[in-house]
Write a protein of this length. Structure first.
Length: 273
């Protein structure tokens, strides 16, 4: 019998005994359950709790579940990276018009972005105060200088903010989020205060000139890689700035970000004067 059970010719198959359906994937505990093996026409009935040849060893199921979870996380990460960079085509630096100068805004320029959750945001140039362009963004009025540096913010209640603060867009007041002129290989950084009143640093580097598809069309854009460092946390995101649109046309949030709270976004529609 021992030789018959260990033979390569053994065939395990499901069998219904009474009300129970047997398979070869684990231990069975009900008293009326048995394993049945067929070998060269003979049937061998084994006691209950006797595992079939494919039964898992104690602890193996847990380890397998952990491995499956790791594979799933890795697969999701790979697919995410493929989706976020899908369609991006490397171009020559000249295709992006390097060196890329700061945009010259006109009253009536407007943009509409939509994030991965379907939420839309808009920005429109509504006037000028000296050399500062006034840009209406939601309930805020932003004042941007010729180098595209945010200089002050007027809130809906009329309060004027001119000093760097916590949270966007206040953390970028007086800072060069885009350091014009832009060209591949250039890098820069600035410091800020996060919402927990901790100091952080954001580093930028122009990585490549690429053709990027968006809902608003395809653009020759500079891909700028950004790394944010705060106490106990680090995040990485990429943005694409297109000179032809005078704006960021896509942004993806990668390492460190909660994609539900900080979803990717892209340009959907724009109008330039």
């Amino acid at each position: 019998m021992k030789a018959a059970v260990s033979s390569l010719a053994v065939l395990m198959f499901p069998l219904r005994v009474g009300e129970a359906h047997l398979d070869a994937r684990g231990y069975k505990t009900r008293e009326n359950l048995v394993w049945v093996q067929r070998h060269q026409g003979r049937e061998l009935a084994l006691p209950r709790r006797c595992p079939g040849p494919n039964a898992q060893k104690p602890g193996k199921g847990k380890r397998r579940a952990q491995m499956d979870k790791r594979r799933m996380v890795f697969t999701v990460a790979v697919v995410f990276l493929m989706v976020t960079t899908w369609g991006a085509k490397t171009l020559e630096a000249a295709d992006c018009g390097e060196p890329v100068r700061a945009p010259k805004y006109q009253v009536g320029d407007k943009w509409l972005w939509r994030n991965a959750k379907g939420v839309e945001s808009t920005s429109e140039v509504v006037g000028f105060e000296g050399e500062l362009a006034q840009m209406k963004s939601g309930e805020l009025l932003l004042f941007v200088d010729p180098d595209r540096v945010l200089r002050k913010v007027v809130r809906a209640n009329g309060e004027v903010v001119t000093k760097q603060g916590s949270g966007r867009p206040y953390e970028t007041i007086g800072q060069k989020e885009l350091d014009f002129p832009l060209q591949v290989g250039k890098g820069w950084s600035f410091t800020f205060v996060n919402t927990r009143m901790q100091m952080g640093t954001q580093h930028f580097k122009v990585a490549a000139c690429e053709e990027v598809p968006t809902a608003a069309g395809k653009f020759a854009a500079l891909r700028i890689e950004s790394e944010v460092s705060e106490p106990g946390w680090k995040g990485v995101n990429h943005l694409w700035y297109a000179p032809a649109a005078r704006a960021t046309v896509r942004r993806t949030f990668l390492q460190g970000y909660d994609v539900m709270r900080t979803p990717d976004y892209e340009l959907v529609r724009y109008e330039l004067k």
